[in-house]
Design a protein around this ligand. Sequence first.
Ligand SMILES: [Zn+2]
Length: 321
Amino acid sequence: MAPQTEEKKDVKNDFVKREIIWPKVLFWIYIHCCAAYGALLIFTDAKLTTTLFCLLLIMVTSLGNTLGTHRLWAHKTYTAAWPLRLLLITFQTLGLTGSVYDWALDHRIHHKYHGTDKDKYNFKRGFFFAHMGNRYHTSNPESEHLHNQIDMRDIEEDQIVMWQNRLYWVFAIILGVILPVNTPMEYWNESGVNAVYVLGFFRIAVSIHMVWLINSANILWGLDPLDKRSADTNLVFLVNKSLWPQYHYLLPFDYRSGEYGTYNEGCSTAFLRIFAALGWATDLRTIDTNTIRDALQSVLSSRSHWLKYWRNGRTSIILKI
Ligand SMILES: [Zn+2]
């Protein structure tokens, strides 16, 4: 284990100093406390229709993020007709996770500098930082310079994305707050408190964590030398570790790469095939089996010492190759 400890020390020495912004810490604590109260109301007071409506909105918001922001706009894994782009951007706006333009820009930087401190979600700082800690730390001083290095011309040609970016907070407040919170009160006489805490705080908190996971999932689902959660922990009962997250960082244009550690399966991929059958999604990009095999072998060879460690562990890892 000694060489690995030294490796971790070296990595930490490369970290850019980023200060904690305490008002943001308090803000996120407040949001999560309110979301927890919303979760309590789901089990104690809210109507079943309110809970089902909440789950429906979380699901469509997730589709907006996975199929829209991630696979379509950030990685161009397929081409979408304007009705599908409008639908996906509407779903994405429900979640209050920032504009598609900003998210795609951040995600392209995340891919370009993956595993370095230029990536603000740097997984080498650990899962909590990659997932949430980066939200209340100061940005990398180089971030403006990094933004200017990313080619965004393809997204800038998409007027639907650019209109959302210009008027983001207008759309976000109407679609992400007023309509979801008002609907249960208007149509099935839900109380104001339940509507605000379940459809407001709880739904938005879950949607935000779903989209945060896209940048941090590789540490949960992916086999990696610096992963802090070994298969010997209880996490093995919740997720199957695989190489697919690493595969996505090698070949991000493959539409079949799931955001949460899967490949060629999952709800988003199924919906994308439905949209393709309807003719709304075309030019779905993927690659042949041999290229996939070569890509996974390249991941395996770069991670060989870690895989040996896994094999020697008490619990075996499921490699979905
Ligand atoms: Zn990606």
